[in-house]
Design a protein around this ligand. Structure first.
Ligand code: FAD
Length: 364
């Protein structure tokens, strides 16, 4: 089949790889003039690292394999440790944290993409898109993998269903040496002021992020000229390495959190969606890129029945999306984390990772 893919993010590139391996024709059209490699880094759970293997996108040389996920109090007391190697043993694939840039480059390798040609108008019933250069392209199937502001979704649904969750992320990498940079621990520190996350991303980089409440026109929003000073003030006195990280911040990246309802069926006729275009969610459960890969994997095997693909995926993707929409890592009562035994939480987390993955639910 000939498949038109709009968008060369994680969903579009992974889908194109899967389609090409399955013997289909895939044409990818991307708005940006070159691969969009901006952003921080993403955690890939075992379902996703398994999918990358199937897509012959070898992640062994990039990112950092993670062994634990820890919750700390601001004074550095460890409240909870989730053993991620339990999921690795159970499912046979690791948890890896990779820079978004490296993931995009890995997936783009060998995939023909037309850059600098945004789709401007889409006719879902005909799997047809008009591009900015005046061309009209038509396939047997058209997939909107064009992210949160999807034009394909607009043609299908008629609007943008997403709303701000009230939380934003300020983030970046630091290459200042810290004990966490060379470790295999993801750490989250939280209190009522907000959250600080710290995860090694390989190549001497530590991803840091701060989640705080904000809204347009308020402090900590995108146009706040004093945001670096505000972050230093808000998180002052937190445990090492937070003070050292705060010192290194220069131009932090801004990432507002959006959430949206996810319909059971999200396409029409020969047109469907994959990734954020169908199910934007806050990064609270670290699932955005993972669910994009899950869509791509299933869709590459489901071209004959797009509604069945949507039904199967919506059932699974709603689980992390609903939880993420409530921003649990930002709003949960911190002391509760210290009451739960690590072993129990590890078992629950391992089960949860399977419930969030169509791939693992299918093969393991
Ligand atoms: C530049 C960037 C930085 C990001 N940084 C982070 C981050 O730091 N942390 C995080 O958790 N998530 C981040 N994300 C979101 C994360 O990548 C996605 O949640 C997840 O990977 C799902 O991917 P996706 O392919 O569905 O969407 P996206 O990654 O958003 O990809 C969509 C692609 O479609 C393209 N596109 C949009 N409109 C059109 C059009 N009309 N025609 C053609 N192409 C179009 C976009 O340019 C983009 O390349 C970022 C996304 C982008 C694009």
């Amino acid at each position: 089949m000939r498949v038109i893919v709009i968008g060369a993010g994680v969903a579009g590139l992974a889908l194109a790889r899967g389609l090409l391996h399955a013997g289909h024709e895939a044409e990818v059209y991307e708005e940006a003039p070159e691969p969009r490699t901006a952003g921080g880094s993403v955690t890939l759970w075992p379902g996703s690292t398994a999918i990358l293997r199937e897509l012959r996108a070898d992640h062994a040389g990039i990112g950092r394999r993670l062994e634990t996920l820890e919750s700390w109090a601001p004074d550095g007391r460890r409240l909870l440790t989730v053993d991620l190697t339990a999921a690795e043993r159970r499912y046979g694939h690791p948890v890896v944290h990779v820079a978004r840039s490296e993931l995009v480059e890995l997936l783009a390798d060998g995939v023909p993409v037309s850059y600098g040609v945004p789709a401007e108008h889409v006719v879902p019933e005909r799997a047809e898109a008009r591009l900015s250069d005046g061309r009209t392209v038509r396939g047997d199937v058209l997939v909107g993998a064009d992210g949160r502001r999807s034009v394909v979704r607009r043609a299908l649904w008629g609007g943008d269903p997403a709303e701000l969750s009230g939380w934003v992320t300020w983030q970046g990498f630091t290459t200042a040496p810290t004990a966490l940079t060379v470790g295999r621990r993801a750490v989250m520190i939280a209190d009522t002021n907000g959250v600080c996350g710290l995860i090694p991303a390989g190549e001497g980089r530590l991803l840091w992020w701060f989640d705080v409440r904000s809204a347009p026109g308020r402090p900590f929003w995108d146009d706040d000229p004093h945001v670096v000073g505000r972050l230093r003030e808000r998180f002052r006195g937190w445990a090492d390495p937070v003070p050292a990280v705060l010192e290194t911040i220069e131009e932090p990246g801004f990432f507002p959190h959006h959430r949206q309802p996810i319909p059971t069926v999200w396409g029409r006729g020969p047109t469907t969606l994959a990734g954020d275009s169908a199910h934007t969610m806050p990064p609270a459960m670290a699932q955005g890129a993972n669910q994009a890969l899950e869509d791509a994997w299933l869709l590459a095997h489901s071209l004959g029945d797009l509604r069945a693909y949507e039904r199967r995926r919506s059932k699974v993707v709603r689980r992390p999306a609903r939880l993420a929409a409530a921003e649990p890592t930002n709003t949960a009562q911190r002391p509760a984390a210290g009451l739960l035994p690590d072993g129990l939480v590890t078992r629950l987390y391992t089960v949860l990772l399977r419930r969030y993955s169509t791939y693992l639910l299918t093969v393991s």
